[in-house]
Design a protein around this ligand. Structure first.
Ligand SMILES: [Zn+2]
Length: 504
């Protein structure tokens, strides 16, 4: 077993007798050999750490450079990014992993780019028709044009799961917003057949925030549902349209323990118009052939995309370079892939997947899972790398996906063997749905994230509140100590998992 101890290391320079030194060296080797057989860890020398760090830094500086333009799907930056990753992988000995001779290395991800154009919401009570003022209401659709005319309105308060399908089907659901809960509730109500949903937000300022989130250009998968009609209105606008007395009574009823959804004595007309353009982005897939490929595969993944320009119009530098997010994850993956290939061959295949459009809802990962180049059941372990360059050397390991896969024992053993600690478990849990591995995990693939960047709030919070998704996410001065630790941890783990003898 290679413990990173090389012959000739530790040559004596002091005046000690040669015999003493030889004995000490032999004792040291014996101790190390003992440690190795229980933990099976490869330990990198300081010189190797320096090489790993400088290779990663090189990848990050290139991928996050101005030339790559913030790596937006469908942009020139996409082609530069894919060519760069393909070049690095093929130089390391990888071959195309798409399993599709018509699409060498690049698996198409058909996307649609939508930009909201305009919308209107009108409420009718008896003969009174009120068009909600533009500053107080907005509606969106992923389709070219969505319209519901004179639809019945069902007030659901803060309920969703308990609303019966029969009540909501074909109607406009009018729901009260609740921070953190509203998206899931809308999903449930649409799932039950709501024709449209109006979410009631606090005031005009809340509508402004809705516009910032919904009113910009978005990307979606062509294969996903696009025709939903999602509206928002301020409480004041509803009060004006329905009458103050009626509105206050509805609000009061929503707080009552015996609340039941009520069909209003009112109808709604909602229309939204969107500009749509189809684009084809790509996942890049490489494969390091194993000697016994029928024994399963290991999958490494990292999203290559970012936002392009994302700074506000007033900002002098609007380019979102995405150095941490996620040039760093791709860099770690490339350097890890190179080192695994250099120490091969392994029994199992190693797949490397650079996903597109993660920033728009894990879209590339969804496309991969819908059309995988290998049976998903054959993936014995998947490791995602996302925004890895935050922590200094020696930081605890955030373990996202603990308790969700059969990998716990082998991973915890590898972490212990690396003399690191498992980080804040509650924090790690919060990230499980926010990363590409989630898509695979939902389909039964053992997918985890092991990252020093998610080990503690002290590490991740300052990043989230300053550079995250902003033009300041640049490569200057980026911290890589923890990322080097993470790379070595994965290397140990994957060498073990790729061996049938060590992981049957
Ligand atoms: Zn991001």
């Amino acid at each position: 077993m290679d413990c990173g101890m090389k012959p000739g290391r530790g040559r004596q320079q002091s005046g000690a007798t040669e015999g003493t030194w030889r004995l000490a060296l032999l004792l040291g080797l014996a101790l190390l050999a003992g440690a190795c057989s229980t933990t099976r860890q490869f330990r990198a020398s300081e010189a190797e750490r320096v090489t790993i760090e400088s290779n990663m830094r090189g990848h990050i500086e290139r991928l996050a450079s101005e030339e790559f333009g913030g790596r937006k799907p469908g942009s020139d930056g996409e082609e530069l990014t894919l060519a760069y990753i393909e070049g690095e992988l093929s130089r390391a000995g990888y071959v195309s992993g798409t399993n599709d001779p018509g699409n060498f290395w690049r698996a198409p991800v058909p996307l649609v780019r939508t930009t909201p154009v305009n919308s209107r919401i009108e409420i009718r009570v008896g003969r009174k028709r009120t068009e909600l003022p533009a500053a107080q209401a907005a509606a969106y659709t992923g389709g070219r044009r969505a319209l519901i005319e004179g639809g019945e309105i069902l007030f659901v308060g803060r309920q969703s799961a308990s609303v019966s399908d029969d009540d909501v089907r074909g109607r406009i659901a009018l729901m009260l917003s609740e921070p953190g809960q509203s998206p899931a509730r809308r999903e449930t109500l649409f799932g039950k057949g709501a024709a449209a949903i109006i979410t009631v937000v606090e005031d005009e300022q809340s509508i402004e925030q809705v516009r910032e989130f919904w009113g910009n250009e978005r990307l979606g998968l062509v294969s996903e549902e696009q025709n939903r009609l999602t509206g928002f209105a301020s409480a004041g606008a509803l009060e004006a349209a329905l009458g103050a007395k009626k509105w206050q009574a509805l609000l009061a009823s929503a707080d009552a323990p015996d609340f039941v959804p009520t069909v209003l004595d009112a109808t709604g007309t909602i229309e939204a118009v969107t500009e749509r353009k189809q684009i084809t982005s790509h996942n890049l897939i490489g494969r390091l052939p194993g000697t016994k490929p029928s024994s399963g595969a290991i999958l490494l993944l990292a999203h290559w995309d970012h936002f392009g320009q994302c700074g506000g119009e007033a900002e002098p530098d609007r380019l979102c370079n995405g150095a941490v997010d996620n040039a760093s994850g791709v860099a770690l993956m490339l350097e890890l892939a190179r080192r695994l290939a250099a120490k091969g061959p392994h029994d199992r295949d190693i797949y490397v997947l650079a996903t597109s459009a993660e920033e728009w809802g894990l879209l590339g990962a969804k496309a991969f899972a819908e059309n995988p180049p290998l049976p998903l059941e054959s993936v014995i372990a998947a490791f995602n790398f996302d925004s890895v360059a935050l922590a200094a050397r020696g930081a605890p390991v955030g373990f996202v996906g603990e308790g969700k896969t059969p990998l716990d024992a082998v991973i915890l053993d590898a972490i212990a063997g690396s003399r690191r600690e498992v980080g804040d478990r509650e924090l790690a849990d919060q990230f499980i749905q926010r990363q590409d591995g989630w898509i695979l995990l939902q389909r039964g693939v053992p997918a985890v994230v092991l990252s020093s960047a998610l080990g503690s709030r002290e590490v991740v919070d300052p990043y989230l509140s300053t550079r995250y998704h902003r033009p300041g996410d640049e490569s200057d001065g980026i911290e890589l100590g923890g990322a080097v630790d993470d790379l070595l941890l994965h290397e140990n783990l994957i060498r073990r998992l790729a061996s049938i003898a060590q992981y049957p």
